[in-house]
Design a protein around this ligand. Structure first.
Ligand code: C5P
Length: 245
């Protein structure tokens, strides 16, 4: 997949979150959904339990991986972590934009300066404001601007620091597209719920179709698919809904 343009096949824009405790559950989902979706997201729960070997295993099985570890540290440490992640063959990885411009530049450099051994260059995305945070939470950590303007500010900083795009809530996609125009800039969004799925603990949610319509390149879906008795059927239903746009 060439991440320099939005994948033309709609299934390639669907990322399934493997928020499961261990390898067996993860590989069961990969087996059942392999080829039907674009990528699998491995976050801190699964990575902490199973380590890089599981990432290698899923990549070797021919599937793409988004390594969602949200690096946030001094630039030198983040550059090293990004380089290690790139060596695993992941397609997307991410860092916190609040780590600052120098840290983001170091992350971007770490994948950009790859040598001949590298096969693919992963896209490096910046997490703007965690979707679990609201205005009051931001104020608690000293950020008093409006949430949406903070997201746009951090997205602009990510672009100016050489990142390939950002992770944002579905509610900010349109605004970011309006403010960052005329260039390739990936927007990946989570907090997605089909109308027919359980809302769970989600508050600020959007349907897959509305997130795509608003301009998301990639949507991450977890429990709506992984908790379904038939994950493959759930994926087919989501893809039908998006295709009907
Ligand atoms: O809620 P769901 O199971 O679809 O979440 C899938 C992934 O999306 C989770 O791994 C979580 O990290 C991320 N997420 C998010 N923002 C939300 C909800 C979920 O980033 N509001």
């Amino acid at each position: 997949m060439n991440l320099n343009s939005t994948p033309s096949n709609i299934k390639d824009r669907l990322i399934i979150a493997l928020d499961v405790p261990g390898r067996d559950d993860a590989l069961r989902l990969v087996d059942s959904l392999g080829g039907a979706v674009g990528m699998f997201k491995i976050g801190s729960q699964l990575f902490t339990a199973e380590g890089p070997q599981l990432v290698r295993e899923i990549v070797s099985a021919g599937e793409r991986v988004f390594l969602d570890l949200k690096f946030h540290d001094i630039p030198n440490t983040v550059a090293g972590a990004v380089e290690s992640a790139a060596r695993l063959g992941v397609s997307i990885l991410n860092v916190h934009t609040l780590g600052g411009s120098e840290m983001m530049r170091a992350a971007s450099h770490a994948v950009g300066d790859r040598g001949l051994l590298w096969i693919t260059r992963p896209a490096v995305l910046g997490v703007t404001v965690l979707t679990s945070m609201d205005k009051a939470d931001l104020a608690d950590v000293g950020i008093t601007s409006e949430l949406s303007s903070e997201v746009v500010r951090l997205a602009t900083l990510a672009r100016d620091s050489g990142l390939d795009g950002i992770v944002a809530s579905p509610h900010e996609i349109r605004l970011i597209r309006e403010c960052i125009t005329a260039e390739r800039f990936i927007i990946l969004t989570a907090g997605i719920r089909p109308e027919w799925a359980e809302k769970g603990d989600q508050k600020r949610i959007a349907t897959p179709a509305s997130a795509i319509r608003d301009g998301a390149d990639f949507i991450v879906i977890g429990r709506a698919v992984t908790d379904s008795p038939d994950p493959r059927a759930a994926v087919a239903r989501i893809l039908d809904e998006i295709s009907a746009l």
